[in-house]
Write a protein that binds this ligand. Structure first.
Ligand SMILES: Cc1cc2nc3c(=O)[nH]c(=O)nc-3n(C[C@H](O)[C@H](O)[C@H](O)COP(=O)(O)O)c2cc1C
Length: 292
């Protein structure tokens, strides 16, 4: 995505604060990043403030440009131990944890939230105000309630309701799959920026298109070669993931990337049924014949 252009800030996947300090960054594909893959924010999944110091120290050593606190994850296994959206629903514990994180790091400290349990503007604002008051530098709002599935239409106007009342930058997230979505989301939310998830798994060049068409950035000319991008992704998997992890990861990516093609399900099922990464590569090459 960095090579395609238009990205302002990258983020890692959520990293458990308890496990992070003992992970080997040289071999963990979730921690490792190249000089090119910056600026990058490391996202912490945390429930207990006692884990902050070693985790933040490790994040600093890794050369992070920012730290993000995950306050939105709705997964039951995460909520069970008091993390993600469960932490967002516990203001006293949250306030202490954020204050401690702020005390421990000079890096930009950001948070990612959902809209909450139900549509309640004051409750949402109180959460954001607490975060702002404790020194959070930027908030990303995934425009869905805690229990809402990813297929549900995002509520971008609800990002706008808090954006209007906060001093710090607010980033809108959820359901941005095209330039038109990006425009509409910015119109409805007034957000200071956009965060993209699945949209750039389908079209890694979407950042670039939004940068050019919405933000009027001038980027060096580039021809997007979709098969070449797919094979480059496989090269990166082979470079960074242990052999037994590569094929599963490729299947996940293909599930998104295949949507670029009218008969993309053929690609997804061919890769799904592959027994090795080389077989997946061959089947993909056969699918791409005559296609760009
Ligand atoms: C496979 C997958 C993994 C995700 N992992 C994380 C994560 O680690 N941390 C996080 O804050 N959000 C995570 N999310 C949520 C996304 O960051 C984002 O909020 C959500 O997908 C909505 O945005 P989108 O419509 O642009 O995908 C994940 C989503 C998906 C589909």
């Amino acid at each position: 995505m960095k090579r395609l252009g238009g990205v302002g800030l990258l983020s890692t996947e959520m990293l458990s604060a308890g496990i992070l300090p003992s992970e080997n960054p040289a071999i963990s594909p979730f921690l490792f990043c190249t000089a090119e893959e910056h600026p990058i924010s490391y996202q912490l999944l945390i429930a207990d403030k006692n884990y902050l110091a070693p985790a933040l120290e490790r994040i600093r050593e890794l050369g992070a440009n920012a730290v993000d606190l995950n306050l939105g994850c709705p997964a039951p296994r995460v909520r069970k131990f008091g993390g993600g959206s469960q932490l967002a629903a516990d203001p006293d514990r949250l306030k202490e944890l954020v204050a401690e994180a702020r005390r421990l790091t000079d890096l930009p400290l950001t948070a990612k939230i959902r809209l909450g349990e139900k549509l309640e503007e004051n409750q949402l604002f109180n959460l954001c105000r607490l975060l702002e008051g404790e020194g959070i530098d930027m908030i990303t709002v995934h425009a869905r309630l805690r229990k809402e599935p990813f297929c549900r239409k995002p509520r971008w106007e609800w990002v706008g309701k808090v954006k209007k009342r906060l001093e710090i930058p607010v980033i809108a997230n959820g359901g941005i799959f095209s330039v038109a979505d990006a425009r509409r989301c910015l119109e409805l939310s007034g957000a200071d920026g956009l965060m993209l998830g699945r949209g750039v798994l389908i079209r890694p060049w979407l950042f670039r298109k939004i940068a050019e068409e919405v933000y009027s950035d001038t980027l060096p000319e580039l021809v997007i070669d979709r098969p070449a991008l797919y094979f480059f992704f496989i090269d990166l998997l082979e470079e960074r993931f242990r052999p037994e992890r590569r094929l599963g990861r490729l299947k996940e990516f293909t599930h998104y990337y295949c949507r670029n093609y009218a008969f993309g399900l053929h690609l997804a099922s061919a890769v799904q049924n592959s027994k090795s990464i080389n077989q997946a590569r061959e089947k993909a090459a056969a699918f791409f014949i005559g296609k760009q």
